[in-house]
Design a protein around this ligand. Structure first.
Ligand code: SOE
Length: 383
């Protein structure tokens, strides 16, 4: 079995989720090439050593620019905060590496365009990890739409709601600083919804949006501050420079219309990514908090017997499921990363490609950029 050496840049939440995926993909799938967990790269020497030990990375490094230049590395896994995505991706492309990059593609549109420039005349695999496409229930929704089971689509209604920064004492982590995250809920959460809408409904023609920041300043972060965890905080405060919530209305190229909510202030919603798609022959409803299910309404069911029914997408016939457990033994968040990795490794092994790649990531960035401009000028913005 041909193997490929992976180097991961980043040892926090996504570093953990990706390391789990690279380990699990070898156990549950038979991709064209198998990953070797070669190098884990992080800023903190001791923490990176512990990380590598725990997840089975063979070596550690603390300078990602040097790792990218190594001849023995085939895949660069970018699990860094988005302000570092473009530098790492451009260096990896120039070094002729395959690139598995976390979402959103980049800090801002101009940086995503630089990444696109770097992969012209480039024959390796590039991928943006909008992982929710690869949940079996979402794959089933895609199949049902393509089979015409909901007919002409009229409406998309998406909402990605979290509440981990509702507490004003949650510190000013990088997620809340424009120079490190680009935007707040817009880039972090709405990027997922926009990618799913592109995947399931189609391209977006125009956006009208508004954003708001509910809590304008927060204590500076101390030790242990990370995604979803506050750690210690300092007495000093800093300004929040990103949106806490964004609301967006769109026209799709195919005539459908859509609404998108993305917020970190939906108190009680921990990681509530949902979509509703309404068509001429039926409708589909997905809720990440019930990620193995898709709700389907068939307008052609007999009169008096119509209603939303729950389809459990865990049969062996559902995408990826035959590699896991017997039917109805549900999967979770982490499995979407494994599905992305098996498809990515197949693309690497066959000199093929995978979606969403940089082209799809750039499309998302263009929508987010237009949305932020619309929120700024109060006008509808056409893409
Ligand atoms: C934080 O909002 C976060 O970790 C996102 O960055 C991920 O993309 C999302 O899947 C879960 O929440």
């Amino acid at each position: 079995m041909k193997t490929v050496n992976v180097a991961i840049l980043g040892t926090s939440f996504m570093g953990r989720a990706h390391s789990n995926g690279w380990n699990q993909v070898k156990k549950f799938f038979s991709p064209e090439v198998q990953p070797v967990l070669k190098v884990a790269c992080g800023r903190d020497v001791e923490r990176t050593k512990e990380f590598a030990e725990n997840w089975g990375w063979e070596e550690t490094a603390n300078n990602w620019e040097e790792v990218i230049q190594r001849d023995d590395i085939d895949i660069i896994d970018i699990s860094l905060p988005q302000h570092l995505h473009h530098k790492a991706a451009i260096a990896a492309a120039k070094a002729g590496k395959h690139i598995f990059c976390e979402k959103p593609m980049a800090l801002e549109l101009s940086k995503a365009e630089e990444m696109m420039d770097a992969i012209q005349n480039y024959d390796k695999v590039h991928y943006i990890n909008h992982n929710y496409r690869r949940l079996p229930a979402v794959q089933l929704a895609k199949q049902m739409i393509e089979d015409g089971q909901i007919g002409r689509i009229f409406h998309w209604r998406g909402a990605y709601q979290q509440d981990w920064v509702v507490d004003p004492n949650f510190p000013l982590t990088w997620h809340l600083q424009k120079e490190l995250s680009g935007s707040g809920a817009m880039g972090d959460l709405n990027s997922h919804s926009v990618d799913l809408a592109h995947f399931l409904v189609g391209d977006i023609k125009s956006v009208s949006a508004l954003t708001t920041t509910f809590i304008k300043e927060r204590p500076l972060p101390g030790k242990g501050a990370a995604t979803f965890s506050a750690g210690s905080v300092s007495e000093e405060k800093g300004e929040v420079t990103v949106d806490d919530a964004s609301m967006m209305l769109v026209e799709f190229e195919n005539g459908a219309v859509g609404s998108f909510e993305a917020t970190r202030f939906a108190t009680g919603r921990r990681n509530h990514n949902t979509f509703e798609i309404y068509g001429s022959k039926g409708s589909l409803v997905f809720d990440l908090e019930r990620m193995n299910e898709i709700q389907f309404y068939n307008n052609e069911d007999p009169q008096g017997q119509q209603g939303f029914r729950t389809i459990l997408a865990t049969d062996p016939s559902h995408a990826y499921m035959k590699n896991w457990w017997p039917t109805a033994h549900n999967i979770g968040y982490e499995h979407s990363f494994v599905h992305a990795m098996t498809d990515f490794l197949d693309a690497v092994g066959t000199n093929g490609n995978i979606e969403p790649n940089f082209n799809d990531g750039l499309k998302v960035m263009k929508v987010l950029d237009a949305s932020l401009r619309s929120a700024e000028n109060g006008q509808r913005v056409y893409l």
